[in-house]
Design a protein around this ligand. Sequence first.
Ligand code: GLY
Ligand code: MN
Ligand code: MN
Length: 436
Amino acid sequence: MADLYQQRREQLMAAIPTATAVFASAPLAVMHNDVDHIFRQDSSFYYVTGFNEPESVAVLAPHHEEHRFILFVRPKDKDREIWSGRRVGVEAAKELYGADEVYPIGELDEHLPKYLTQADRLYYHLGSNRHLDTKILHHWQQLLATYYKRGTGPVAIEDSNLLLQTLRRQKSAEELELMRQAIAISAKAHNHARAIAQPGRYEYEIQAEMEHIFRLEGAMGTAYPSIVASGDNACILHYIENNRQMQSGDLLLIDAGCCYEYYNADITRTFPVGGQFTAEQRILYELVLEAQLKAIAAVQPGAPFNEFHDAATRTITEGLVELGLLAGDVDTLIEEKKHKAFFMHGTGHFLGLDVHDAGILRNPDKSWKPFEVGNVVTVEPGIYVTPNYEPEEGQPQIDDRWRGIGIRIEDDVLVTATGPEVLTDAVPKTLAAMES
Ligand code: GLY
Ligand code: MN
Ligand code: MN
């Protein structure tokens, strides 16, 4: 695995041969008095180092004569390690993480400037770590003030996260292996959830059993807070209270996935708790499924990123007009975004180290960037008829039987040379499977 990170650093350094890039670890986040949240490494920092401790800084200085990859880490400390866990330490970090030089983090101010003076640009992400931002700006200003004496030094700071967008968007074979593992575990949890959900059980019971499987199968935990939304709750896109008792006649929308070795799965299924769709639920389910299949078919190498969303939007809007939930010319409805009354989110996002992963969607001329082989994207259209739905002016009143129905179907899709590969197909989604 160390080779993998080295490969990434080499790729990155080849793109910025005369600059220096500085990446910061994630900070420890306070949960409440004297208790921290579980530490989760910053994805960009992890992508270039594989190092998962807080209070660390990685420097890439491709032009430096002696050291091209430098780490600043927490030193070994017997007492602190008894309280807050093992540290790799300065010595072992060099060996284990392939750094040319490693310093204790307390010596950052002393050693950082020598990796900046000869660089013509500094890549750094401002805004996530105020303490480090202040230090970096201080060093940069010092170098600017003395630039006239040397004629060298970074003349600008550019964003280091932007630098990684193209690389991170393209998943390697090793990354795909981890994503497939995250997906396999999540699929198992979804299939279990469908088997145990029934009227009388609480949403949190389903959540608990799914998350039990995540950890039992070796995942780090959830990729994002699990959404287990029955009945009306399915119309709240990020419902996470998960405390309602399910009733016969409810749909249950589950949007849950695990994180395995830092890579995420993101899956949604919606099915009837009592085993049978009502007529209205069935109609809307079939419509969402049709939209999702059309959107998946549009995930082709070379296809602009907007096309899969356009495919889903058109199918859903046409369907809603046919059902009398929207009225008007389909093109005009889409142009005026009237579909957003029922389908208010995008159709998908890149997936990887972050659930909403790196990847620039548009070119400066506003055209959409195309999908490329190796991209992983979610495809997740939905229809949500909120219980208190009120039509916009010019749109029809709706019958009460549609109210409170929320449906989303979400798969994770790999772009291959021959078209879309649905990585999440171990979780069924046909109408018949949802009723069995
Ligand atoms: N579960 C988060 C999302 O679907 O984007
Ligand atoms: Mn999701
Ligand atoms: Mn998603």
